[in-house]
Design a protein around this ligand. Structure first.
Ligand SMILES: *Cc1c(COP(=O)(O)O)cnc(C)c1O
Length: 366
């Protein structure tokens, strides 16, 4: 028997979430953001749910090249956008040859384009730093950089892009959008503004190329709005089983450093899932978990390969009882909140050693 831990990915849910993005932004074209192996969902399981996307966005050069090749092989040739652009000249050449679209956010990248005879004209997304101070040209420099790009015959098209630092906050878009509008100039050029939060929240960000990520996987980008309230369907379940049950006497301590002490005699289940699987090590006692479908809590420290759960609310639980770490009736956002992190991080952290399978594109969920 293999270790019971596995991830189940639902491409039907992904397709439904994409359809929801489409309904919310009917005028936008949608780049499905699939960086970090589709936010931990594994590309091979996520892509069947993304057949209706207009393009795919990643930040790994090798993945961009593979996806671009796969699109061509499938006779679709949807664009693949490299979100951080080229890191060196070799990337630029390879991506240009493959027809990968590229973000251009720095002087170094403009110079690469100026100096290289790229094999094919490239579609570029010129990125403005609208206040996040991560990537992008300063607003005051932006129009000049776009002019530099426009002068290059190897540039096939230019889209003006920015990324919002706080689109999940009520007024998070106002200030950076004002900065973008004031400095983007080039009203004739297409735009790319919205991540999931902006797409769901703000009409103004919905034109051009949107770049939803998190929402496609069925998690809410907003701290105070659950995914279900947005109509999103979670696409990942992380499932395991109890591999041992301990009868712990009153005063008995659980796990490394004994950070949990049983206040009375209690049954404690040991689930096969630990931080080497991507479960957050800092999840404290009390982090929600399902055993046999019943909501209970973790106890003590998370170990590398295991964690302990309170079986008090599930007296029928035995070795082999199913454990849901997140997904299904347990929103990943609840686990993230208890562990002081975000659904983004939990999804992406699921380790390669955790086998994933797809619940299938036919039938499941309808
Ligand atoms: C990851 C990313 C996105 C997607 O953001 P979500 O919040 O997951 O929707 C969009 N744009 C850029 C530039 C990104 O890096």
């Amino acid at each position: 028997m293999p270790r019971p831990l596995h991830a189940i990915i639902d491409p039907v849910a992904i397709a439904a979430n994409l359809a929801l993005a489409r309904r919310r932004a009917p005028r936008a074209r949608l780049f499905a953001t699939v960086k970090a192996n589709a936010y931990g969902h594994r590309l091979e399981h996520a892509l069947p749910g993304l057949a209706a996307a207009d393009g795919l966005a990643v930040c790994e050069v090798d993945v961009a090249l593979q996806l671009s090749e796969a699109e061509r092989a499938a006779g679709r040739s949807r664009p693949v956008l490299l979100l951080e652009g080229a890191f060196e000249v070799a990337d630029l050449r390879a991506c240009a040859r493959a027809g990968v679209w590229m973000v251009v956010h720095s002087d170094e990248q403009v110079r690469m384009l100026e100096c290289e005879r790229s094999p094919r004209p490239v579609h570029v997304f010129a990125k403005m730093n609208s206040g996040m101070n991560r990537l992008g040209f300063a607003p005051q420099r932006f129009a000049r950089e776009v002019d530099r790009l426009r002068a290059l015959d190897r540039v096939a098209s230019i889209t003006c892009m920015t990324h919002f630092a706080g689109a999940d906050e009520p007024e998070g878009i106002d200030q950076p959008l004002a900065v973008f509008e004031a400095h983007a100039g080039h009203a004739d050029l297409p735009r790319s503004l919205a991540n999931s939060a902006a797409l769901l929240r703000d009409e103004r960000a919905r034109d051009g190329w949107a770049r939803p990520g998190l929402m496609l996987y069925g998690a809410s980008p907003f701290a105070t709005v659950p995914a279900a309230a947005l109509g999103l369907r979670p696409a990942m379940r992380l499932e395991s089983a109890l591999i041992a049950v301990q009868e712990v006497p009153a005063g008995g301590r659980v796990g490394y450093a004994g950070t949990f002490t049983a206040p009375q005699a209690m049954r404690v289940g040991i689930a096969a899932c630990g931080y080497a699987d991507g479960y957050p090590r800092h999840a404290p006692t009390g982090t929600p978990v399902l055993v046999d479908g019943v909501r209970t809590r973790t106890l003590g420290r998370v170990s590398m390969d295991m964690l302990a759960v309170d079986l008090s609310p599930v007296p029928s639980a035995v070795t082999g009882s199913p454990v849901t770490l997140w997904g299904g009736a347990l929103p990943i956002e609840d686990v993230a909140a208890a562990a002081g992190t975000l659904a983004y991080e939990l999804m992406c952290a699921v380790a390669p050693r955790v086998p994933a399978r797809s619940s299938g594109i036919d039938g499941g969920g309808h």
